[in-house]
Design a protein around this ligand. Structure first.
Ligand SMILES: Nc1ncnc2c1ncn2[C@@H]1O[C@H](COP(=O)(O)OP(=O)(O)OP(=O)(O)O)[C@@H](O)[C@H]1O
Length: 596
């Protein structure tokens, strides 16, 4: 088994076979099939009422021209009114039934997509990709049903009915109508799909690339300007925009050509039906009815062209949803570990190896560690040594390829995902600060914390003076990702939240990053002092200052433990720790000498 942070399991676009995605969507729709079929029948009734209205009105007008007695027209007059009203009623109920079914189904699908993505939180999806899966891809499922399947099946039903009714008047004319409807309902949609598919396949990634360009050009504006790369990036974005515009123009032009072919098909079919009906000696009024009815029926069938276009555009999204929901999830083994995690704990690493990618050098290589209740250890080492990986293994976000990590003798994977954070947690690398108030960000650590606890944790993190100096105090908004705070304040806020949460095994990954040496020493000392006596601490740090009181210091390099012991022992022995300690001490002496 390799680490959980492996390559994404989700295939992004490869279709699993023809119409496999559509079949998957229909499987999802099964519980709502009754409502969807009802919506389809109502849509067919709407279209048929429209068609019958045109035909009846034509008969009425042409018959009225011969000034027959009024009672011969009464039924048709009533029918015109009834059809006009019923068409509106059918349309309304169809929309109601269709949307009701689809919105219920979409809620299910969105929940399942969310659950699947959450279960794969270790895999490398970009946040934008996750968002698009949850929003636009799921909407593709909705559009497939409401804009493709329901209108297409309604059009097919109406087409068959129109041919059947025309056959009652004149079978040869019905034959001509059938040919016209096949052209409008089969040949033209196939043509529309063929001409749209290639351009649509190019348009979608181009639009995605343009959206990324827009984000890079706005979020990265300062860095692009600093490196003089604004013009080059802007030109690349403009070129993409021009290509997209060209493609969309071509797409629109071919779209218009297909639409024009549809109008032509309606005219030619109507002319053919009239000629065939006249040749078959159909009475004049009925020829008129057939002509207008044909125009209306072809119009209904042309809805299939729009449906086909829509379908082509929806396919990538549908395929992604279907792949996501179809793929077998790596099922977590049932949680067998204890659920009461409130007491003191013993955490052990035995010969733990972590490999992010098969074949790559391990990020942790045979690391063993003992963290009984109340013990405080620091993990130090050069950049890329595996320190954050160790913290990630500890919190259960990365699983080892070999070796064991146990909490109170039970394998970490035996604990329920939601139970583990009650025992192990803290300040992890790049802690997220929410666009909310200081208080709300802190309460995430301990939901019921009162003023006293907030004050203690914030003081220990060295942020209390700043909070008190703010006009809004605890209710100060910190901005998106803490953007209205300095880097150091953001870090202190995240540390205060971790101290407030106070899990029995507290992990602190670089808690003083971004602070100057004096502040860093003070914050580290107060944070350690604020940790209850029976709680163990695993501190990850670049700085070697302030570690003298810790029970053990573990030096990692290239994923291996190269030194371990107390601070005094390590500075006395030759090796990475002593070299680094001397270097850092000299650098900080220089910094302090320069500081005003
Ligand atoms: N998600 C990941 N996918 C692939 N490789 C990773 C991932 N995270 C870390 N690594 C690799 O694992 C190794 C250890 O990384 P880690 O972040 O644990 O080091 P670190 O000691 O915390 O470094 P730093 O002090 O710079 O934060 C590095 O070589 C890194 O490139």
């Amino acid at each position: 088994m390799t680490a959980e942070h492996g390559p994404a399991v989700v295939a992004d676009a490869a279709p699993a076979g023809r119409a496999a995605a559509e079949r998957a969507v229909l499987r999802l729709a099964r519980p709502y099939l009754g409502r969807l079929v009802g919506a389809g029948l109502l849509a067919a009734a709407t279209e048929f009422a429209g068609l019958a209205l045109m035909a009846t009105a034509t008969w009425l007008l042409m018959s009225a021209a011969g000034q027959p007695p009024l009672d011969r027209l009464t039924v048709a007059i009533v029918a015109v009114r009834a059809l006009a009203i019923s068409r509106g009623v059918f349309r309304y109920t169809e929309r109601l039934a269709g949307h009701d079914a689809v919105l219920r189904m979409i809620t299910d699908v969105r929940a399942r997509v969310f659950a699947t993505l959450a279960a794969r939180r270790g895999t490398a999806h970009r946040s934008g990709d996750v968002l698009s899966r949850l929003v636009s891809d799921v909407e593709a499922v909705q559009d497939l049903l409401l804009r493709v399947l329901v209108p297409a099946s309604a059009a097919a039903v109406v087409g068959v009915l129109a041919v059947a009714v025309a056959a009652l008047i004149s079978p040869p004319a019905a034959g001509a109508l059938a040919v016209g409807l096949l052209v409008a309902g089969v040949a033209l949609p196939a043509l529309a799909t063929a001409v749209t598919r290639r351009s649509a396949a190019e348009v979608a990634p181009l639009r995605g690339a343009l959206a990324t360009d827009a984000i890079d050009l706005t979020h990265g504006a300062a860095d692009l300007a600093a490196f003089g790369a604004t013009d080059v990036t802007l030109r690349a974005a403009e070129q993409r925009a021009h290509r997209l515009a060209r493609l969309e123009r071509r797409l629109a032009a071919t779209g218009f050509a297909v639409d024009a072919a549809g109008v032509l098909a309606a005219g030619v079919t109507a002319a053919a039906v009239v000629l065939v009906a006249l040749a078959a000696d159909v009475p004049g009024v009925l020829v008129g009815v057939l002509a207008v009815g044909t125009l209306a029926a072809v119009e209904v069938m042309l809805a299939l062209v729009a449906a086909a276009r829509q379908w082509t555009q929806l396919r990538p999204g549908l395929t992604r949803v279907a792949d996501l929901l179809d793929a077998d999830l790596p099922t977590a083994p049932p949680a067998t570990g204890p659920t009461d995690l409130t007491g003191p704990h013993e955490l052990r690493f035995v010969d733990v190896t972590v490999r992010y990618r098969a074949g790559a050098a391990p990020a942790l290589d045979g690391v063993s560690l003992d963290l009984p209740a109340g013990r405080r250890i620091a993990v130090v080492g050069p950049s890329g040594a595996g320190k954050s990986t160790l913290a990630a293994v500890l919190t259960g976000t990365v699983r080892p390829a070999s070796g064991r990590v146990t909490l109170d003798g039970h394998d970490l994977s035996a604990y329920a995902e939601e139970a583990l954070p009650r025992a192990v947690g803290g300040l992890l690398a790049e802690a997220y600060v929410f666009h909310a108030t200081v208080r709300e960000n802190l309460l995430l650590g301990q939901a019921g914390a009162g003023e006293e606890e907030l004050t203690a944790a914030t003081a220990a993190a060295g942020l209390l003076d700043w909070v008190r100096a703010q006009p809004a105090g605890w209710d100060t908004l910190v901005g998106e990702e803490g953007g209205q705070l300095s880097g150091g304040q953001r870090q202190r806020l995240a540390l205060a939240r971790a101290l407030l949460a106070a899990p029995p095994v507290l992990v602190l990954d670089e808690p003083t990053e971004g602070l100057d040496p004096t502040a860093a020493d003070a914050v580290l000392a107060s944070a350690l002092a604020a940790t209850p006596a029976g709680h163990s601490v695993l501190l990850i740090s670049h700085r070697l200052s302030g570690l003298a009181e810790l029970d053990e210091i573990v030096v990692l390099d290239g994923g291996r433990v190269i030194q371990r012991g107390r601070h005094a022992e390590l500075v006395a022995a030759p090796g990475w720790y002593r070299d680094q300690w001397l270097l850092q001490a000299a650098a900080e002496r220089g910094y302090l000498a320069l500081a005003p």
